[in-house]
Design a protein around this ligand. Structure first.
Ligand code: SF4
Ligand code: SF4
Length: 193
């Protein structure tokens, strides 16, 4: 079964990018801290190696803010909303970004860039062409999880009404599928939707 992220990337329209370069000038890594990335790269992790090869960390949030105040402030605001600690986030600038906001290695850009934004909860800079589309995808996924939860409750009622082993086995299989659906979105808050 494909993960939600794999399906997301297949559906994501390429044409929404306005080539503004903001995501290349003040990138963050929401999943890993700079320290973690360095450790991962040291241990041979390909993703971390690729990330650190292209991105140079700013020395401080203030330095990043000087480069792109609107972008940094929006990202910090969204980190707060998502209860992600500001202290754990580093801003980076890509060394391949040109002064005119174009990518100097566009045709050979790394997979991290080809796949950006890589999921519906990617924090995008203000004015990013993907913002509305990502919001709609978030709502779509939330609805999917809500329906899954409703179905789960119905299954609990069905379980109480039967002792048939075959039926109970089928119910258990559907329950597992539902739990997997919810679990895929757990890190984005699915338990509260
Ligand atoms: S911020 Fe959005 S619109 Fe701008 S280059 Fe990045 S993906 Fe494209
Ligand atoms: S490699 Fe190109 S597309 Fe990727 S972050 Fe750098 S400038 Fe942007």
């Amino acid at each position: 079964m494909e993960s939600y992220e794999e399906n997301f990337l297949k559906e994501r329209p390429q044409g929404l990018c306005k080539m503004c370069g903001k995501c290349c000038r003040t990138a963050i890594n929401r999943k890993y801290t700079y320290k973690e990335l360095r450790l991962m790269a040291f241990r041979g992790d390909e993703y971390a190696k690729e990330f650190l090869k292209m991105f140079t960390p700013y020395n401080s949030v203030e330095e990043a803010r000087n480069a792109a105040p609107d972008v940094v402030d929006k990202i910090l605001e969204e980190l707060d909303e998502n209860e992600i600690l500001r202290e754990e986030v580093t801003f980076y600038k890509c060394k391949y970004l040109l002064d005119n906001n174009m990518c100097s290695i566009y045709e050979e850009r790394p997979s991290i860039c080809v796949h950006y934004p890589q999921n519906a909860w990617t924090i995008t800079p203000p004015g990013c062409g993907y913002t509305t589309w990502l919001y709609l995808k978030q709502e779509e996924y939330k609805e999917k999880v809500r329906k899954a939860k409703e179905e789960y409750l119905e299954l609990q009622l069905m379980k109480k009404k039967t002792t048939d082993e075959v039926v109970l086995k089928k119910i258990s299989s559907v329950e597992n599928k539902i739990n997997n659906t919810i679990y895929q979105f757990a890190e984005y808050g699915a338990n509260n939707w």
